[in-house]
Design a protein. Structure first.
Length: 249
């Protein structure tokens, strides 16, 4: 498989992820929508369905959709990211680039769908929340810990039970994301994906959104560093936990 195909697969899959994922947040958070005030449970299920859709769209490339997943597979020590895609520097950067570009484009399409509601919304924090995550209680070390734990669970379970997301099964990954959201999403909104947060945050900064405020760049590194760290730890756990279990059995 060429790296061009990998790139496009990840672009389209991650764009579907953020279109539907950010879209459900817009439906809940923005003024005057049919789903306004639908609640956090609606958001978590919406994100689960977004993951389900993105995995199907990007199945050809293994449907990483997330630099933390790519990092976990790299750290675990496999030979290939997907069938016909050996792990090396070029393929790793291709996955990262596809994920970031796709996340950015999906957020822009979401904005087009909700343009009139963004114009009605007078609260800048609600506008930003559609695009990117933010903490319920702002605390750098604890927000970072939460994102590390949530992403560790995501990557470790994916790697431990089936390799790439398409190997595990789209529905299983979707339910895992819903489970992480309802269990660990309260403190930070569970980014658990650097591209999912940073791509739409850049879109928020660039789009001509009426009355928008800051893109909160002071917080933006946490949903990048936390998930990448969690992905690394998830990859290490997937590599060594089975060895430890076998050694002690």
């Amino acid at each position: 498989m060429s790296l061009g195909i990998v790139f496009l697969s990840e672009v389209f899959g991650t764009a579907m992820l953020t279109l539907l994922g950010c879209g459900v947040v817009a439906n809940v958070a923005l003024k005057g929508t049919k789903g306004n005030n639908g609640g956090f449970l609606m958001v978590t299920w919406g994100w689960g369905i977004a993951v389900l859709s993105g995995v199907y769209v990007a199945a050809m490339s293994g449907a990483h959709l997330n630099p933390a997943v790519t990092m976990g597979i790299l750290i675990e020590g496999r030979r290939n990211y997907a069938a016909g895609v050996p792990i090396d520097f070029a393929s790793t950067m291709t996955y990262f680039a596809g994920e970031m570009v796709g996340a950015f484009l999906g957020a822009i399409v979401m904005w087009l769908a909700y343009k009139q509601h963004f114009d009605l919304e007078q609260e800048p924090a609600s506008q930003l929340a559609v695009f990117s995550t933010g903490p319920a209680i702002r605390s750098v070390p604890w927000n970072l810990v939460t994102e590390i734990i949530g992403t560790f669970v995501l990557v470790f379970v994916i790697l431990a039970f089936g390799g790439t997301p398409s190997g595990l099964g789209p529905l299983a990954v979707a339910l895992l994301v819903v489970g992480i959201g309802v269990s660990l999403g309260g403190p930070t909104g569970y980014a658990i994906n650097p591209a999912r947060d940073l791509g739409p945050r850049i879109a928020h900064a660039l789009l001509p959104i009426k009355g928008k405020g800051s893109s909160d760049w002071g917080y933006s590194w946490i949903p990048v560093v936390g998930p990448l760290t969690g992905g690394i730890l998830g990859g290490l756990a997937a590599k060594y936990v089975p060895i430890i279990i076998l050694a002690t059995s």
